[in-house]
Design a protein around this ligand. Structure first.
Ligand code: DGJ
Length: 756
């Protein structure tokens, strides 16, 4: 990794992990120009890439076609109103409504390490693990100063960027747009990759051609959302799963965002990510500043797989802080899909006793334990145990669980308040609402004004009282509605930046919680994966991936999530069949295999499970213990995509030293008269010999569930089962997986490298 400034040619060069990102200073005024983002190159003068010398040439303000020049220049921090008519990265308004801004170079410095972004989640690194370039741009006429911070990390083809806006003028300025990154790329015929979805079917990959004009993905919901994701990929022509150039852009942020590509008539692409400008404005007093969240820019010359591996490594090494990151998490059982709100002490203990018997380790008590909450109509904000359900309170429950040998976890939704709650009755002004308008309810709840410190303090105190009252190892932090009626009744009365300040309030609460309870295992959640993003991973090592726990639906959801995030971050539970989400019948073994590709746990009434299913639990738990180190820390490769085809899905996780791998094969639908499927196995050591075995003995027992791997099917795999095959042959020739009889069948294949 290195960052240099070539004084003679005025070029900044950032290099890391085989990637290079270059910027230049154009013209006498020093416009920060984007020159290059791609594979490593030499140190020659590449300023020509700005095309500034082409007609109409480098232009000063008084030249004939200044506008034509600026409108074609690949800018790194495009302003507004001086000739670049594409999307600006910054807009600031003064007291007279003037918005023109044209920031140019003032100075820079290069330092070791990476400074923290105060109040915001961001990637981090030690002094020796990263280098940072800070470039200061100014526009004295607009009173604007911008500090752009770029960091690179040892060995990763990644550049991060954040931006601080400083009001250098004597009057208050209103910032109405500040994008975190803005990259002008020379990339013709690129395709754009986004992750879209809905509740229960998060992170569906969508690939579309980049046409002339603007295309975007965004959220205005106050959360990154189920519908969109703060990520945008660009696939160069020919890029595929494993080959070709892919660029990934992510925002380390959980609130309203915009990620867009603009293609102009000359096929120059402008990629921008940042806080969504709609509804955003922030008044900044003289001398004060505003910090935009961090953007992450990834380069891959190994297709989507390369981008995935880099993003996983970035999350593991430079984003997730939790001490649980590299630890096997306790196998949990969550009572939500088992009982919903209808539980009491005895019911929970019954589940816990049986769970303990089957080898489970942590009982999570979900929604409904506080206030008088028996459905979703009341009590959010009243974080006081309901003694009618739980006599003796949380202390008694946690003591009883400890006696059984189970750890204890609870659910909270601290950002919300029910109209029917003591908190709301005492402080109706603590909820967001617009004067004269009845606020919109969603799930019958309002959103707390977390922009106000007194509100955050009151909620924090309640959470501390809960966590101090019993031995609580785990918290599931939920958030179940989008933001509407966003207006504050607090001091200051400035409403334009409230969406942003709300998410800062959430970050602040989680930061304080973790500082006070460093051993707490925190799992974020937002009606499933509505806020599964890089911002929240800064606080919790795992996030509930989706409320849809049907194993077949989960294949696509987990595949989309794993495009960016390590498997160790994905909350994945085994639930009942037929599934509550879609009514599908899926064998217990298949449900187990799919949940293994995540944190692994159960979300069902273990006491009322069919005995044949219950009998499989100890074996599933044993598989978890046997393979979790590999799944958590290994390299993940997609083999077949449940999102792209309907018949099968497959992925493999390979240990870092390539000594072992676990491949999951799910036959989604059976087909008549079909030939076996050829599967090339990626990621193995070409020179190693691997012995391949069926990892889950349960599929060899005919338990009546329909996932029985009978002799004929095993026989069809005899050519490669239990005999050494080289990694080279497995990658090239591959293996043949027979079409199995029945839908929703699955198996796990373990690859073990033999000692040389
Ligand atoms: C939404 C979550 O995603 C569910 O897992 C569950 O915790 C419910 N909320 C509880 O209200």
């Amino acid at each position: 990794m290195n960052i240099t400034y070539d004084d003679e040619h005025r070029i900044f060069r950032l290099e890391a992990g085989g990637m290079c990102y270059c910027m230049g200073l154009t013209g006498e005024e020093g416009i920060l120009t984007h020159l290059y983002f791609g594979p490593a190159i030499g140190t020659e003068d590449i300023a020509y890439l700005s095309r500034a010398a082409e007609y109409p040439g480098i232009q000063g303000p008084e030249d004939r076609d200044r506008a034509g020049f600026l409108d074609a220049l690949p800018a790194e921090m495009p302003g507004y109103g001086t000739g670049d008519f594409r999307s600006p990265a910054v807009i600031v308004r003064d007291g007279r409504g003037q918005c023109t801004v044209h920031p140019v170079y003032e100075g820079h410095r290069i330092t070791d390490g990476k400074p923290v972004l105060s109040g915001l989640p961001a990637t981090f690194a030690g002094e020796q693990e990263a280098k940072t370039l800070e470039i200061t741009l100014t526009d004295p006429s607009a009173g604007v100063r911008l500090v752009l911070s770029y960091s690179v990390f040892d060995d990763l083809p990644v550049v991060t960027r954040s931006v601080v806006f400083i009001n250098d003028s004597p009057e208050e300025l209103t910032l109405t747009r500040l994008f975190s990154c803005s990259v002008d790329m020379d990339l013709t015929d690129a395709r754009m990759l986004t992750l879209n979805g809905a509740w229960g079917r998060e992170k569906k990959m969508q690939i579309s051609p980049v046409v002339i004009g603007q295309q975007s993905v965004s959220s205005l919901r106050g959360v990154s959302s189920h519908q969109a994701h703060p990520f945008l990929g660009l696939l160069a022509p020919g890029a595929s799963q494993d080959a070709g150039e892919v660029y990934g852009f992510s925002l380390v942020y959980s609130g309203n965002f915009l990620a867009q590509v603009e293609r102009n008539a000359n096929d120059l692409l402008r990629v921008q990510l940042g806080i969504h400008p709609l509804g955003f404005s922030c008044r900044v007093a003289p001398g004060e500043c505003f910090t935009a969240p961090e953007a992450v820019m990834i380069y891959s010359d190994r297709g989507l797989t390369g981008m995935t591996h880099t993003c996983h490594a970035l999350c593991r090494e430079h984003l997730i802080r939790s001490r649980y990151l590299h630890r096997k998490r306790p196998v949990l059982i969550n009572n939500w899909e088992a009982t919903f709100f209808d539980f009491d002490l005895e019911k929970l203990l019954k589940i816990a006793r049986r769970a303990k018997k089957e080898g489970l380790e942590l009982l999570v008590m979900d929604d409904g334990w506080f206030g008088k909450r028996d459905d979703d109509n009341s009590s959010l904000g009243d974080w006081v145990v309901n003694e009618k359900k739980l006599p003796g309170g949380l202390k008694r429950l946690s003591d009883e669980l400890a006696a059984i040998g189970m750890k204890f976890g609870i659910w909270v939704e601290p950002e919300m308040v029910s109209p029917d709650s003591d908190l709301y009755r005492a402080h109706p002004d603590w909820a967001f609402s617009v004067d004269g308008r009845t606020p919109c309810r969603a799930r019958n709840q309002y959103v707390l004004d977390l922009t106000r410190k007194e509100v955050r303090d009151a909620i924090f105190d309640q959470l501390c009282a809960v966590l101090d009252s019993a031995d609580i190892a785990y918290v599931k932090w939920d958030m179940n509605r989008a933001l509407t009626d966003v207006a504050s009744h607090g001091e200051g009365g400035e409403n334009g930046g409230l969406f942003h300040r709300f998410i800062l309030g959430t970050y602040d609460l989680q930061e304080r919680l973790l500082a006070r309870y460093p051993d707490l295992l925190l799992e974020n959640c937002s009606s499933g994966g509505g806020r599964f993003d890089m911002g929240m991973l800064f606080y919790s090592p795992q996030i509930w991936t989706s409320d849809d726990t049907d194993a077949i639906e989960r294949l696509a959801i987990q595949e989309g999530t794993a495009l960016l995030y390590p498997l160790s971050t994905m909350g994945a539970h085994i639930s009942v069949s037929p599934s509550q989400a879609v009514g599908r019948l899926v064998p217990m073994t298949t449900r187990g295999h799919v949940a293994l590709a995540g944190t692994f746990g159960y979300e069902l009434d273990i006491d009322h499970l069919p005995e044949a299913d219950a009998a499989l639990i100890p074996g599933q738990v044993a598989l978890y213990h046997r393979f979790n180190d590999l799944i958590r820390e290994g390299d993940y490769y997609r083999i077949f995509s449940a999102q792209e085809e309907q018949y099968h899905d497959s992925y493999i996780v390979v240990e870092k030293d390539r000594s072992r791998a676990l491949m999951t094969w799910v036959q989604v639908l059976a087909r008549p008269a079909a030939r076996s499927v050829r599967v090339r196995i990626p990621g193995l050591d070409p020179d190693g010999k691997y012995r391949i075995g069926i990892a889950d003995p349960a599929v060899r027992n005919d338990d009546g569930s329909g996932n029985f791997l009978h002799e004929g099917e095993v026989h069809a795999m005899r050519a490669f089962l239990d005999r050494p095959v080289s990694g080279r042959t497995l990658a090239g020739a591959g293996i043949l997986i027979p079409v199995l009889r029945g839908d929703f069948r699955s198996m796990l294949l373990e690859f073990v490298r033999e000692q040389a």
